[in-house]
Design a protein around this ligand. Structure first.
Ligand code: PRP
Ligand code: MN
Ligand code: MG
Length: 174
């Protein structure tokens, strides 16, 4: 069994989401952005973020990416399990991610998006965790910088467990 240690409280997440939403609303004012959430991890963050932004024209889409293997270690091989559905040609895309760890998932997806010729692509992530970064990726809107640890909750899982928790925890293995 794992022990969970609280890392980011519900209050802190709420305040941060609001802050990010304000900045994003300002930057995308007069634009018609498409927010693309990377499933499954980003589902809660995206849901909270879009309800906090103040934008008239906003579209939402999802992609489901998965790295091969079910362990907590990324294998580096990313595949598309469910593709985006909206036409993003000439659109301003904001990729919404729960956590950036090695950077491999995001790096793959940013490259993949290029072929659709969007007008712009920016990245918003709740948690930047540089401990295991293997490839540099741009982060335009960053929620929290957490140096290390295996994190779960608020969308993040450990072998599909703990996604539903409203706070972020670190798993402490015994
Ligand atoms: C997790 C997380 C990010 C990715 C980050 O997704 O949600 O998408 O890993 O890791 P990386 O920077 O090392 O690529 P995962 O592949 O576990 O799928 P999930 O979102 O369905 O949990
Ligand atoms: Mn994910
Ligand atoms: Mg996962």
């Amino acid at each position: 069994m794992e022990k969970l240690k609280l890392v980011i409280s519900q209050d802190k997440i709420g305040a941060k989401v609001k802050e990010l939403a304000q900045t994003i609303s300002r930057d995308y004012k007069d634009k018609k952005p498409v927010f693309i959430g990377i499933l499954k991890g980003a589902f809660i963050f995206l849901a909270d973020l879009v309800r906090s932004v103040e934008l008239q024209n906003l579209e939402i889409d999802f992609v489901r990416l998965a790295s091969y293997g079910t362990s907590d270690k990324s294998s580096g091989q990313v595949k598309i399990v469910k593709d985006i559905e909206l036409d993003i040609k000439n659109k301003d895309v904001l990729v919404v991610e729960d956590i950036i760890d090695t950077g491999l998932t995001l790096s793959f997806f940013l490259k993949y998006l290029e072929k659709f010729s969007p007008q712009s692509v920016k990245v918003c992530c709740l948690i930047d965790k540089p401990e295991r970064r293997e490839i540099e990726v741009p982060i335009h809107y960053r929620g929290f910088y957490i140096p290390q640890g295996f994190l779960v909750g608020y969308g993040l899982d450990f072998a599909e467990k703990y996604r539903h928790l409203p706070e972020v925890y670190e798993i402490i293995r015994e």
